[in-house]
Ligand binder design. Structure first.
Ligand SMILES: Cc1cc2nc3c(=O)[nH]c(=O)nc-3n(C[C@H](O)[C@H](O)[C@H](O)COP(=O)(O)OP(=O)(O)OC[C@H]3O[C@@H](n4cnc5c(N)ncnc54)[C@H](O)[C@@H]3O)c2cc1C
Length: 462
């Protein structure tokens, strides 16, 4: 091919979006609707991890498991109820309602109807403004937006890679439940799925290498969730070392040194690997083996500390919070930069919710993080069961509010309990808008709500 053929082969467009997770899909849709010429590239399913393997199927599983748990609380509160769990409605709902049997035709059509060109294949950067997909080349006049997301990763435990272990992608496709399950990884995903399967009658052992599960959250949360799990019959083993894993005769064996854990199935939920390895980062001056992409507030990629004009990154790979809402939040920043020419500072109040029961919402800094930043920290923790609503609620009232204050403001907060993620909203607002503590204290709190515990905690902050 001559050089002029190569130039002719490059299609010029306004924007190329690489990877269509929630933020990438939103970016491509809005820009196309605004009249820009957009090429949207996806190598698997338009929408990414969240609708097909993450948030949505897992929350459908949790909704079902919570219904079982509430029914089991009936004898303490309202008479007799018997529960015969069945996984069939859950599997059907995930297959039919959530994922269309893992088919993205509807999402592709929606994007095409918005005016974008959808290209299926793995994209690679050849230059800051040139993207190659299976031999097709696109030059982006305005921007390339990277939204490649992450894939499940497994720890380097001897033997593990040779076993047919599950990741989240297998767990959401399960049609029949195992009798026993071992879970490696006590973070949000591991804890959520552990509780779901346990509530459907699977005997679950949850293994965590760190000294406590939910190690990214406050220690009080780890204690709370551990105690609820243990009460529910889940075995929680934190601070373990997994020497090796093997699989034979339909059984997994996990060697913990002083004991062997056996299970029919093994779920590995021990971290995520950014999909950056084959993206051609080295062609834009970045490290080809990078674990993440640094960005400025408009989400422009930083190379050697300086933003690259026209190259943006959003989603889990930016390290600003591996959540769907952050992918969307970052997409909004890119859209402002491209459509309104506006720079907007990003929030430090990153909210996160682990949808266990008790549901754990948190925002901003933990006490440890605040102290590590050298802040003069005051904290207050109040158990939900001490509130009127908690006492009335009785069964299932496990939970707490923890506030982390520095000076006259909250810098972080945790809200665990029934609807902990909903109660979190007022705390997110307080941290985001830096509402003075006096203003928070002067507010009227509806009676009898769980969020009145926030008022109690504020009064104990000193
Ligand atoms: C089990 C589970 C539960 C979760 N629950 C929640 C929750 O309740 N709430 C929440 O906020 N978050 C949750 N998350 C996290 C959430 O799924 C992600 O944060 C979210 O999907 C945003 O990711 P992303 O935008 O970085 O891209 P992703 O969703 O990871 O999508 C990236 C896309 O890019 C594609 N791609 C990658 N490389 C290329 C390439 N070179 N060329 C073309 N395409 C490419 C991939 O195929 C993928 O479709 C959960 C995750 C899991 C695994």
């Amino acid at each position: 091919m001559t050089q002029s053929d190569e130039v002719r082969d490059v299609r010029e467009v306004d924007v190329v979006v690489v990877g269509l997770g929630p933020g990438g899909e939103a970016t491509a849709t809005v820009l196309a609707k605004a009249g820009l010429e957009v090429v949207a590239v996806e190598k698997h399913l338009v929408g990414g991890e969240c609708p097909y393997y993450g948030c949505i199927p897992s929350k459908m599983m949790i909704r079902a498991a919570d219904a079982l748990a509430e029914t089991r609380r009936v004898p303490a509160l309202a008479g007799e109820a018997s529960v015969v769990p069945s996984w069939e409605p859950v599997a059907t709902r995930i297959r039919q309602e959530a994922t269309d049997d893992w088919d993205d035709s509807v999402a592709v059509k929606r994007l095409e109807d918005a005016g974008a060109t959808v290209v299926k294949g793995a994209a690679r950067l050849e230059a800051r403004d040139v993207v190659e997909v299976d031999g097709q080349r696109f030059r982006a006049r305005r921007a390339v937006v990277l939204n490649p997301g992450t894939s499940p990763s497994a720890p380097p435990v001897p033997g593990l890679a040779d076993t047919p272990y599950w990741t989240n992608r297998d767990a959401v496709k399960v049609s029949e439940l195992p009798g026993t399950l071992a879970v490696i990884g006590g973070g949000a995903i591991g804890c959520e799925l552990t509780q779901v399967f346990a509530r459907f009658g699977v005997r679950v052992t949850l293994l965590e290498v760190a000294p406590r599960i939910m190690a990214a959250e406050e220690p009080e949360v780890s204690e709370l969730v551990t105690s609820v799990f243990v009460r529910d019959g889940i075995r929680v083993a934190a601070g373990v070392e997994i020497a090796s894993v093997s699989y034979a005769d339909g059984r997994f064996r996990l060697d913990l040194g002083d004991e062997t854990v056996e299970a029919d199935k093994l779920l590995v939920a021990a971290g995520r690997r950014p999909n950056l390895a084959d993206l051609g980062l080295e062609n834009v001056g970045l490290d080809g083996g990078a674990r993440g992409l640094e960005t400025d507030d408009s989400m422009r990629v930083l190379v050697d500390g300086s933003p690259v004009e026209g190259l943006y990154a959003i989603g889990d790979v930016t390290g600003r919070g591996a959540y769907t809402h952050m992918s969307m939040y970052e997409s909004a920043a890119v859209l402002r930069a491209l459509l309104e020419d506006g720079d907007v500072p990003t929030t430090t109040a990153v909210p996160r919710v682990t949808f266990t029961d008790p549901e754990v919402g948190a925002v901003g800094l933990t006490e440890r993080q605040a102290r590590d930043q050298g802040l003069d920290v005051r904290t207050a923790t109040v158990e939900l069961s001490t509130s009127a609503r908690g006492w009335i609620h009785q069964e299932g009232n496990d939970g707490l509010i923890k506030l982390v204050a520095a000076g006259d403001r909250l810098v972080g907060a945790t809200s665990a309990g029934p609807m902990g993620g909903e109660v979190l909203s007022m705390l997110t607002l307080a941290v985001h808008a830096q509402v003075p503590l006096g203003t928070l204290r002067s507010m009227a709190y509806a009676y009898p709500t769980f969020h009145r515990t926030v008022e109690d905690a504020l009064s104990r902050l000193g």
